[in-house]
Design a protein around this ligand. Structure first.
Ligand code: PMP
Length: 455
């Protein structure tokens, strides 16, 4: 009864992002009531393994009491203060220091926001500020990649390379450009090696920058491994070759570590797993294990020096959010980073990833599966209509979404992303739960193959 009334109240009152609004009026929401470890329970009492860590973020599961205690402690001492105009709080200082200590390449300063979108928006602004300080304000074009995801605000959605996030919003903004997705399975040519594919993409980037005019191109944004684009891993040699092109044209590289930061790929940073050497890093999500909203932007010393020079010329650095460096969010992040280190959470990802990958990889032989890819606890399963031609199903048939729904009925949350399905459980998942993820997912695949008459 209660859930029925919640359903009706939700339909009547709440607008849901990334949702078919008309369909929602018929189906209503699944209302989640509680979480325990990596499991989530709905208001009908059904329990699911949260195989997507929410939105790739609940790295420590849903019942880490140390995070709740850290928040309560800070709420009791100082629930809020701001960091504009020479003000600071201890949790923010502590967190900035720790992030600089663990950064994958030397970084100089940290700026806090509340979401990944805001961190990427801020990165764009600082790129512009940096080049303005150098007397090169015309160097302002931003390059993203098809299938890249960087957020939902107007600028971060403009870097994003997913058409359904642009359509009907008049996006991308002018001066936001996109290059080919580094997805070897989908974009590689039949006679091409991964290295050759990477070379082709680096040449494409070089040609685009030259055509636009290197003096007009400011920055290139990349997720070390793509999340929303379908858990796409970079091909061999990709970042090495891309970085050479960027250096040649003095184009800054911003690593969007919003998903890959804090252990997802088996190292603290995706940059370490894939050899990325960025000028700026954005991170969020697992920074607080999602117990509080918080994001961070790390900038290199040269960028900081030009910003400082600019403020000497023009005065105040004219930017900031009310909730930047929120002390409760920072206190929770400090505790999350301690847990990752003290409990060996990140060190444990390699073995868990090997188990999950070892179980998922043989599914490449399944009639519905074209490719299984991933590393650490970030996996993508490509669903195809034809294993030889690699043709995906007609999107109108929504076959990956049907697999997602069948898995949900089995008690597993996974996520259909284009023609792929992603699985990215919390880093604290146990081996027996990894087995259950595999079992429930395989059952769902078989069910849909059976319905399609291809088993
Ligand atoms: N960058 C990446 C790589 C992301 O995956 C996301 C969110 N899924 C964002 C940025 C945006 O983060 P937020 O939703 O917190 O604004």
């Amino acid at each position: 009864m209660l859930s029925n009334s919640l359903r009706d109240r939700d339909i009547a009152s709440q607008l849901h992002p990334q949702t078919n609004l008309s369909l929602h009026e018929k189906t209503g929401p699944v209302v989640m009531a509680s979480g325990q470890g990596v499991e989530i329970t709905d208001t009908n009492g059904k329990t699911y393994i949260e195989g997507m860590s929410g939105l790739w973020c609940t790295a420590l599961g849903l019942s880490e009491s140390r995070l709740a205690e850290a928040a309560t402690r800070q709420m009791g001492v100082l629930p809020y203060y701001q960091n504009f105009a020479h003000r600071a709080t201890e949790p923010g200082i502590q967190l900035a220091e720790t992030l600089l200590e663990i950064a994958p390449v030397p970084m100089s300063k940290v700026l806090f926001q509340s979401s990944g979108s805001e961190a990427n928006d801020t990165a764009i602004k600082l790129v512009w500020y940096h080049f303005a300080a150098q007397g090169r304000p015309e160097k302002r074009k931003i390059i993203g990649r098809n299938r890249g995801y960087h957020g939902t605000s107007i600028a971060s959605a403009s870097i994003t390379g997913l058409p359904h996030l642009h359509r009907d919003f008049h996006l991308p903004l002018p001066n936001f450009l996109h290059v080919t997705c580094p997805h070897f399975y989908r974009e590689g040519k039949p006679d091409e090696t991964e290295e050759q594919f990477s070379t082709r993409l680096a040449n494409e980037l070089d040609a685009l920058i030259i055509a636009e005019g290197p003096d007009t191109v400011a920055a290139f944004f990349a997720e070390p491994a793509m999340g929303t684009g379908g858990a796409v891993m970079p091909p061999k040699g990709y970042f090495e070759k891309i970085q050479k092109v960027l250096k040649k044209h003095e184009v800054l590289l911003i690593a969007d570590e919003v998903i890959t930061g804090f252990g997802r790929t088996g190292n603290w940073w995706g940059c370490q797993t894939f050899g990325v050497e960025p000028d700026m890093i954005t991170c969020a999500k697992a920074l607080t294990a999602a117990y509080m909203p918080l994001s961070a932007l790390l900038i290199s010393e040269p960028v900081y020096q030009s910003m400082k020079a600019q403020s000497e010329k023009i005065g105040v650095f004219g930017h900031g959010y009310t909730y930047g460096a929120h002390p409760v969010a920072c206190a929770v992040a400090n505790e999350a980073l301690r847990i990752y280190e003290e409990d060996g959470i990140i060190a444990g990802v390699a073995a868990k990833g090997a188990q999950l990958g070892g179980l998922l990889t043989p599914l490449a032989d399944h009639p519905l599966v074209g490719e299984v890819r991933g590393t650490g606890l970030m996996w993508g399963i490509e669903i195809v209509a034809d294993k030889v031609t690699r043709a995906p199903f007609d999107p109108a048939r929504a076959i990956p979404a049907k697999v997602q729904e069948a898995a949900f009925a089995q008690g597993l949350v996974c996520r259909a992303l284009g023609s792929a399905i992603a699985i990215a459980p919390p880093l604290v998942i146990r081996p027996d739960q990894i087995d259950a993820v595999h079992k429930r997912f395989s059952t769902a695949l078989d069910q849909i193959a059976d319905e399609l008459g291809i088993l």
